[in-house]
Write a protein that binds this ligand. Structure first.
Ligand SMILES: Nc1nc2c(c(=O)[nH]1)N[C@H]1C(S)=C(S)[C@@H](COP(=O)(O)OP(=O)(O)OC[C@H]3O[C@@H](n4cnc5c(=O)[nH]c(N)nc54)[C@H](O)[C@@H]3O)O[C@H]1N2
Ligand SMILES: Nc1nc2c(c(=O)[nH]1)N[C@H]1C(S)=C(S)[C@@H](COP(=O)(O)OP(=O)(O)OC[C@H]3O[C@@H](n4cnc5c(=O)[nH]c(N)nc54)[C@H](O)[C@@H]3O)O[C@H]1N2
Ligand SMILES: [Mo]
Length: 715
C-alpha cells in the first residue's frame, strides 16, 4: 500500500524511496519496500517450472509442466473423488490482484471442499463477526485513524506491521498525530510493544483473556448508558448484550486479565467521553481461544459507545473496486458459515474454507475423502500453521503436490512440480484487498517496472491454465468454456480490474461516459488518487437481508458460556490446552518485526543484516528463576515439540509470558534459500498446537501456548 518511487539506469535499480506524492502513504516506506529489489534479483528465485526427481530438481518447459500438473490432479480426483485434492492459499494471494481474481476459477474447477488458507491462522474471527453482525464477511469496521481522539489497541502492533485490517502507511506518524490533537492512545498487550512505547498508556493483559476485559468494558458502558445514535433505529440485540455483560463486572474479570477493575472503569469513561473513539483489536485478539468473541465484542464496544459508523470511530471504507457490493464474479466469494464440516474433527467451513489447523489430519487420517494430493498457492504452511512439523510429515506422505511459488522452501520442497510466477516488479499492482481495509479511501495502479522474460508466466496465467486444462481433462472441450477462457486470457486481471473500477462506487460505469474511474483513468495517475476520508454509510451498506445490525448474534451469545468457564479457578484453560507439557508454566505469544514478512522474505540480504531477531523474549524474573542470562540458549517445550533458541531478557514482557516471532525455521533439509538458511532460527509453529483453537470459528489459538523453558547447559 506504500507508494514506491523506483529510479532506474537502463534496467538497473539505482534507488527505491517512498513516493512523497502518494495520497495514501505520503512518502512512507519500510525496509521491506526497499528490499523488493532483492526479491527481483534473488538468484534463488525460480525462473522456470521445476520437477522433483530422485536425483534432485530439474527444469521443465512450461506447457509440459502445466499439462503434468493438471493430469496429476485429475488422476487423483478420478481415483479417489474430488475431495482427495486439497488446496491451500497463503497471504501473498491478497497482495496480488491477478491471483485474487483468477484463483476462484481454479478452485471452482477443483470442486473440492478441502480448501484452506492463511485466513484461519489470522483474521477469520473478524470475518465471522462481520458476517453475523453486518451480513458480509468483508464489511469490516476500520478505525478512522485520521480523526479519532481515543484509540484502544488490543493485540496489534501497527508500528511493526503498518496496521492490519486498518491498512495505514506510517502508523507511527498517525498515532503521533492522535496525541498531538489532544487524543489518547492506549495499548493492551502482554508485551510492551513498539506501539505501546509510542502510546500514552500500556496495560499488560494475560494472553487469551481479552474477551473478559471487553465484556467488563461493555459492562461499564452499559452503566454509563448505551448510546447508539442513528443506529438505534436499525440495531437489534442491545438488551441481550446488556444481559450478557451483566455477568462480567470488572471486579470479577480483573484477577484473570491482570487489568485492575478501576482501570477498566476509567478506560470505559475515556472511550465514552471521546469525541470520536475506537477500540481496535488485531492478530493478538483473533489468534486466540476466544477470537470470535473478541471481534464481536470489539464491535459491540464501538457500537454501544456511539462510535460505529461515526467519524473518529469504527467506519466502513468505500473502495474503488468494491469487494462487497459489486457484481459477481468480481466480488469476494459467497459467504456462509458452518454449511459443512471438516471430515476428521468436524470443524466448520467459513466462506468455503476449512480451518487450516485441520489440514494435517485430513491428509494423515485414512478413509473416504482423505486428502491425497495438494495444490499450494503463495503459502508456506509448514512454517505458518500450528504444529508445522506434523504438516511437514503430512505433505511428505502425499501422492502428488503442485506448488505455485517462486521458491523451494519448507513447504514447496514437498511438491512434485513448482510453477513459479514472474517477480513482483514484473507485474502491475492494484491493492484489491487492502484498499478495502484502509484508513482512507484511495486508489492506485502501479504498472509493471520490468517486462517479464520471454515465456515467463504470471500467477493469473498459471491459475487460468490449470483451470482450463483440468476442465478439458474432465469435460472435454466445450464451446462455452472455451470462449470464456479465451476472453479471460485476453483481458487478464487488468481487464477485470477495469470492469470492477467502472462498476464500483467511484466508477464511470460500463459506458465510461461519466467522470468516474476506469482502468485507463486510474493508470494515468501513477501516484494514485485520493477518494477522501471514510464516510458514514449505514444502514445503506449493510448486507443483512433486513438491513439491520445484529449486536448479539446467537452463536456468539451461546459461546459466552465457554468463556465463563475460564473464570473458574480450576479450569483456567480449555480441555485441549490443559494437556500441556509437564512443568509448562509460561505462556507463549508471537511478535512481528518491521524487517520480517511472515516466513518468506528472509532471503533478502538487505533485511537480514544485524543481530538475530528470532529470540525468546522473557521477563527478568522468569529468566532468573531458570538461571537464564541474556543470550543463553534455551529449550522451549510445548505439548507438540521443542525448539532451541537464544533468549533476550527484557521487562517489556509481562511476567509469565514469553514471545517468539513466527516465520523462522529454515534449517529443514532441501530448502533452497541461500541467505535464509544462514539465519535459520527456529519455528514457533513447531510449538503451537493444532488442537488449540477458537472452537467457535475454527481459528488457530497461537496466543497463550503453555510452554516450559529450560536453560541449555554449555557444552
Ligand atoms: N505462530 C504464528 N504463526 C503465524 C502468525 C503469527 O502471528 N504467529 N501469523 C499468521 C498470519 S497473520 C499469516 S497471514 C500467515 C502467513 O502464512 P502463509 O501465507 O502460509 O506464509 P507466508 O510466509 O506469507 O508465505 C508466502 C509464500 O508465498 C510465496 N510468494 C510470495 N509472493 C508470491 C507471489 O506473488 N506469487 C506466488 N505464487 N507466491 C508468492 C513465498 O515464496 C512463500 O512461499 O502466517 C500465520 N502464522
Ligand atoms: N513487518 C511486518 N509487517 C507485517 C507482517 C509481518 O510479518 N512483518 N505481517 C502482515 C500480516 S500477514 C498481518 S496479519 C499483520 C498483523 O498485524 P498486527 O496484528 O499488528 O501483528 P503483530 O505485530 O503480530 O501484533 C500482535 C500483537 O498482539 C500481541 N498479543 C499476543 N497475544 C495477545 C493476547 O492474547 N492479547 C492481546 N491483547 N495481545 C496479544 C503481541 O504481543 C503483538 O504485539 O501484519 C502484517 N504486516
Ligand atoms: Mo496475516
Amino acid at each position: 500500500m506504500c507508494g514506491l518511487r523506483i529510479d532506474l539506469e537502463d534496467d538497473r535499480i539505482t534507488s527505491i524511496k517512498g513516493d512523497a506524492d502518494d495520497p495514501f502513504s505520503k512518502g512512507h516506506i519500510c525496509p521491506k519496500g526497499v528490499a523488493i529489489q532483492d526479491l527481483h534479483d534473488d538468484p534463488d528465485r525460480l525462473r522456470q517450472p521445476m520437477r522433483r526427481t530422485a536425483s534432485g530438481w530439474e527444469p521443465v518447459p512450461w506447457d509440459e509442466a502445466l499439462d503434468e500438473a493438471a493430469r496429476g490432479l485429475a488422476r487423483v480426483q478420478k481415483e479417489h473423488g474430488v475431495e482427495a485434492v486439497g488446496a491451500y492459499f497463503g497471504n501473498p494471494t491478497v497482495h496480488n490482484h491477478g491471483a485474487l481474481l483468477f484463483l476462484p476459477f481454479l478452485l471452482r474447477t477443483l470442486r473440492s471442499k478441502n480448501r484452506f488458507s492463511a485466513t484461519s491462522v489470522d483474521q477469520l474471527p473478524h470475518h465471522v463477526a462481520a458476517f453475523l453482525m453486518f451480513g458480509h464477511g468483508f464489511l469490516l469496521p476500520i478505525p478512522d485513524l485520521e480523526r479519532t481522539r481515543f484509540l484502544l489497541v488490543m493485540g496489534g502492533n501497527p508500528l511493526a506491521s503498518n496496521g492490519s485490517l486498518m491498512s495505514a502507511a506510517g502508523a507511527g506518524r498517525l498515532i503521533e498525530a492522535i496525541r498531538k490533537r489532544g487524543g489518547k492512545v492506549v495499548v493492551v498487550d502482554p508485551r510492551r510493544s513498539e506501539t505501546a512505547d509510542a502510546a500514552d498508556e500500556h496495560l499488560f493483559i494475560r494472553p487469551g483473556t481479552d474477551a473478559l476485559f471487553l465484556l467488563s468494558l461493555l459492562h461499564e458502558l452499559f452503566e454509563l448508558g448505551p448510546r447508539l445514535g442513528p443506529q438505534a433505529g436499525f440495531t437489534d440485540g442491545v438488551e441481550t448484550l446488556r444481559e450478557v455483560a451483566r455477568g462480567f463486572p470488572p471486579d470479577v474479570t480483573a484477577p484473570r486479565t491482570g487489568i485492575e477493575a478501576e482501570v477498566v472503569r476509567r478506560i470505559a469513561r475515556e472511550l465514552y467521553a471521546a469525541d470520536g473513539g475506537v477500540a481496535y483489536g488485531r492478530v493478538g485478539t483473533s489468534t486466540q481461544e476466544f477470537g470470535g468473541l473478541c471481534q464481536w465484542l470489539l464491535t459491540a464496544v464501538n457500537a454501544v459507545s456511539g462510535n460505529l459508523d461515526r467519524p473518529g470511530g469504527a467506519m466502513f471504507t468505500k473502495a474503488a473496486f468494491d469487494l462487497v457490493g459489486g457484481p459477481k464474479p468480481l466480488t469476494s466469494r459467497a459467504v456462509g458459515f458452518g454449511r459443512w464440516k471438516s471430515r476428521v474433527r468436524g470443524l466448520p467451513e467459513f466462506a468455503g474454507e476449512l480451518p487450516v489447523a485441520a489440514l494435517a489430519e485430513e491428509i494423515l487420517t485414512p478413509g473416504e475423502k482423505q486428502i491425497r494430493a495438494m495444490v499450494t498457492f503463495a503459502g508456506n504452511p509448514v512454517l505458518s500453521t500450528p504444529n508445522g512439523s506434523q504438516l511437514d510429515r503430512a505433505l511428505a506422505s502425499l501422492s502428488f503436490m503442485v506448488s505455485i511459488d517462486p521458491y523451494v522452501n519448507e513447504t514447496t520442497r514437498h511438491a512434485n512440480l513448482i510453477l513459479p510466477p514472474v517477480s513482483q516488479l514484473e507485474r502491475g499492482h492494484y491493492d484489491l484487498a487492502f484498499h478495502t481495509l484502509a484508513v482512507r479511501n484511495t486508489a492506485r495502479y502501479s504498472p509493471p517496472l520490468f517486462t517479464p522474460p520471454p515465456g515467463a508466466r504470471h500467477d493469473w496465467q498459471i491459475l487460468l491454465e490449470l483451470h482450463h486444462r483440468l476442465d478439458v481433462l474432465r469435460n472435454g472441450r466445450r464451446l462455452k468454456h472455451e470462449a470464456m477462457y479465451r476472453v479471460l486470457k485476453r483481458i487478464g486481471p487488468e481487464g477485470l480490474l477495469d470492469l470492477g473500477l467502472r462498476l464500483g462506487p467511484h466508477g464511470a460505469g460500463l459506458s465510461g461516459l461519466g467522470r468516474g474511474l476506469t482502468f485507463r483513468r486510474l493508470a494515468a495517475h501513477p501516484h494514485g488518487v485520493d477518494l477522501g476520508p471514510l464516510e458514514p454509510c449505514l444502514p445503506a451498506r449493510l448486507a443483512t437481508k433486513d438491513k439491520r445490525i445484529d449486536l448479539a448474534p446467537a452463536l456468539f451469545v451461546a459461546d459466552v458460556a465457554r468463556l465463563r468457564e475460564t473464570l473458574r479457578a480450576e479450569a483456567l484453560r480449555s480441555e485441549t490446552l490443559r494437556e500441556a507439557a509437564p512443568g509448562a508454566t509460561l505462556s507463549l505469544i508471537g511478535r512481528r518485526n518491521v524487517r520480517d514478512n511472515n516466513s518468506w522474505m528472509h532471503n533478502a540480504p538487505r533485511l537480514m543484516r544485524g543481530k538475530t531477531r528470532c529470540t525468546l523474549l522473557i521477563h527478568p524474573g522468569d529468566a532468573f528463576a531458570r538461571a537464564l542470562l541474556d543470550g543463553d540458549l534455551a529449550d522451549v517445550t510445548s505439548r507438540v515439540g521443542t525448539v532451541r533458541v537464544p533468549v533476550s531478557v527484557s521487562d517489556e514482557m509481562m511476567p509469565g509470558v514469553v514471545s517468539l516471532p513466527h516465520g523462522y525455521g529454515h534449517a529443514r533439509p532441501g530448502v533452497k534459500l541461500a541467505v535464509a538458511t544462514k539465519h535459520p532460527g527456529a519455528s514457533v509453529n513447531d510449538l503451537t498446537d493444532d488442537q488449540a483453537l477458537d472452537t467457535l470459528t475454527g481459528n488457530t489459538a497461537f496466543s497463550g501456548v503453555p510452554v516450559r523453558v529450560e536453560r541449555v547447559a554449555a557444552p
